[in-house]
Design a protein around this ligand. Sequence first.
Ligand SMILES: CC(C)(COP(=O)(O)OP(=O)(O)OC[C@H]1O[C@@H](n2cnc3c(N)ncnc32)[C@H](O)[C@@H]1OP(=O)(O)O)[C@@H](O)C(=O)NCCC(=O)NCCS
Length: 166
Amino acid sequence: MTANDFRVRPATAIDVPALARLHVATFVETHGGRGPSCAVRERQWGEAFSQRSDDWFCVVIVSPDGELVGFAKGVPHHDIPGYSGELNKIYILRQYHRLGLGRRLLGEVSRRFLASGITSMLLFGDAQNRSNGFYERMGAERLFATNGDFHGGYAWRDIRPLAAHY
Ligand SMILES: CC(C)(COP(=O)(O)OP(=O)(O)OC[C@H]1O[C@@H](n2cnc3c(N)ncnc32)[C@H](O)[C@@H]1OP(=O)(O)O)[C@@H](O)C(=O)NCCC(=O)NCCS
């Protein structure tokens, strides 16, 4: 299977049950423990889609047999000067890692931000996350606290290369 066998598309309210199940599964794979339940995730995503605005978006990866296998959420960012988009979530089921699907999600997220005039992006992750190598490979710079500590933040000053290449 290659990344080209999968489709990346915007999520809609119809995706909420499958998106909630995917969120639960990927959260547990990534962070361990039990994490929030499917009912909680379904309520959160349901509320988000019912208050649909241009302020945020979610894109999903669909396998050839129609299963959702990954998703990303983008929101505007207003706190740190120089960055106006936030990659709020990005998760892919472990069995589909390293196929190039993360690249495709980042490309799609970047194109969606650019379409609304947002040209930069950051994320607030975990300094110990095993996936941080992905952000670094994708050209993100580390964000450091004023005391020099690294807490897992990454940023792209210009997302146009991501949009163009992936
Ligand atoms: C981060 C994530 C979305 C990346 O998705 P992916 O589909 O595996 O990434 P890609 O296959 O597009 O990787 C692109 C390149 O990034 C690099 N890369 C990817 N994962 C990496 C890792 N864990 N460590 C180091 N480099 C990595 C590789 O260079 C890779 O290219 P290559 O496979 O040709 O060498 C995925 O690992 C994931 O869902 N992780 C768990 C969820 C998570 O931690 N989310 C963020 C925190 S909330």
